[in-house]
Design a protein around this ligand. Structure first.
Ligand code: NDP
Ligand code: HSE
Length: 434
């Protein structure tokens, strides 16, 4: 390919865990990038908050003035700052002045994706964001492009590396929550504010992006039911082990069809027990894995490193090459596809299954009192296990599928029974026949 073309000028906003790796890889193999895109790639500047803290960046490139960098002679802006502002304003400014954008910023896309798409459309430029969900794993491009001719029913998986690392370590080694969270930060997996990871905000943003792409509907982070892992106790993990299950933080996006054929979208993030034999149970460390169920394609599974500097940089660079190629040949990547406009189903109406572990008095009639409370709420029981321990007994109930609000109120009623001494663990169950 002829690469005697004017360079593609790239502004890098942010040079932290991911930005450092993007810059390193870009500088490592300039000829390769030139050959792949059809033009040399030239980094025109690197904006950071504290220029004095970046010896790895050639001093001539560093600036603390991201706006000036965006306003300069630039073709593509790569945003790796994170958060909503100033990232949103900088990217709108870039798009409105005809620059294409590559970003890994799921929080921004899940809140302001439509605004960014609209600005890209008006200016006739690209916005790519493969790194925003599941790090290195090519997942968004398959959803946006490869599966564009199919009908997707479900996208379910582990999309937050930090919480997967924490749960895997706690389960395997008995390590404490705080120490594993610190380690996830040191390894570059956690967000700048790690509560975004542990409280499920990061996974909810990713679920919103996945649901939007899969179901051609605008879904924002606030549409996603969100529960994090800070409430997951060693008791939950032990309860799961007793039933040969494991606990994972899952993101689940589904197309729901009601009795009248009406369709809606359900999007939720919460910890769930899955069978130890389920492929997601074996996903450890900061790895991510996502199942996609589509009408014609059937089941697909995507697996790989979901966090960390180099893996995420791989996805950013893939987007950068795509954007650069589009600029070289004069084309554009996919635009927003939100024509289906499906309503979002409230969590209370979503069919789920519960695992409930109780400490109860070990005396006659206890089991029937607990069972009839489930019956009163029209919740059907799938599994009951009782084990006596002197005056107390451990009672585990796994339900069949019911509306989440019915399951919640059942647990509240069970907890009020005088024979129930403690509700040890309540967790949804996924990944097995209902
Ligand atoms: P870091 O916190 O490591 O880096 C953020 C960078 O942005 C730093 O270089 C910081 O400068 C710079 N920055 C902050 N504020 C400004 C500002 N106002 N102007 C210019 N620069 C600024 O974040 P990560 O690299 O971990 O994440 C970047 C993005 O990638 C986020 O959107 C994140 O969600 C996403 N992401 C991260 C993954 C990961 O594994 N880390 C994986 C997938 C996506 P300074 O260094 O001087 O403080
Ligand atoms: N903090 C995120 C995670 C980074 O742990 O998955 C990748 O998006």
């Amino acid at each position: 390919m002829n690469v005697n073309r004017e360079p593609i000028r790239v502004a890098l906003l942010g040079c932290g865990t991911v930005g450092t790796e993007v810059l390193r890889l870009l500088q490592d193999q300039p000829e390769e990038f030139a050959a792949r895109t059809g033009a040399p790639m030239q980094v025109t500047g690197v904006a950071v908050r504290r220029p004095d803290k970046h010896p790895e960046v050639p001093p001539g490139l560093l600036t603390a003035d991201a706006s000036a960098l965006v306003d300069g002679d630039v073709d593509v802006v790569v945003e790796l700052i994170g958060g909503i502002e100033p990232a949103r304003s900088l990217l709108l400014r870039a798009l409105r002045s005809g620059k294409s954008v590559v970003t890994a910023n799921k929080a921004l896309l899940a809140e302001h994706g439509s605004e960014l798409y609209a600005a890209a459309d008006e200016a006739g430029v690209d916005i790519y964001f493969e790194a925003a969900v599941a790090g290195a794993i090519p997942l968004l491009r398959p959803l946006r492009e490869s599966l564009a001719g199919d009908r997707i029913h479900r996208v379910m998986g582990i999309v937050n590396g930090t919480t997967n690392y924490i749960l895997s370590e706690m389960d395997a080694t008995g390590a404490g929550y705080a120490e594993t969270l610190d380690e996830a930060g040191r390894l570059g997996y956690a967000e700048a504010d790690p509560t975004a990871d542990v409280d499920g905000f990061d996974a909810a943003s990713k679920a919103a992006i996945l649901a939007s792409l899969a179901f051609h509907t605008r879904v924002t982070a606030s549409d996603v039911h969100r529960e994090g892992i800070s409430g997951v106790t060693p008791g939950d993990l032990a309860a799961a082990r007793q039933l040969d299950r494991t606990v994972k933080l899952l993101s689940i996006c589904e197309r729901v069809v009601d009795e009248d054929g009406g369709e809606s979208v359900s999007a939720r993030v919460h910890p769930a027990m899955i069978p130890s034999t389920h492929p997601l149970a074996r996903v450890g460390d900061a790895y991510n894995a996502v199942f996609v169920e589509a009408e014609a394609a059937g089941e697909l599974m995507f697996y790989g490193r979901g966090a960390g500097g180099a893996p995420t940089a791989s996805a950013v660079l893939g987007d950068l090459v795509a954007v650069a190629r589009n600029r070289v040949v004069g084309g554009r990547g996919p635009r927003e596809s939100a024509h289906a406009k499906l309503p979002v189903q409230p969590m209370g109406k979503t069919p789920t299954r519960y695992h409930v572990s109780l400490d109860v008095a070990d005396k006659p009639g206890v089991l029937s009192q607990v069972a009839s409370t489930f019956t009163d709420h029209e919740v059907s029981i799938s599994v009951v296990r009782q084990q006596g321990r002197g005056a107390d007994a451990s009672l585990v109930v796994v339900t069949h599928t019911a509306a989440d609000e019915a399951l919640r109120s059942t647990v509240e009623s069970v907890a009020r029974l005088p024979v129930v001494r403690d509700v040890v663990s309540v967790m949804r169950v996924e990944g097995e026949p209902s």
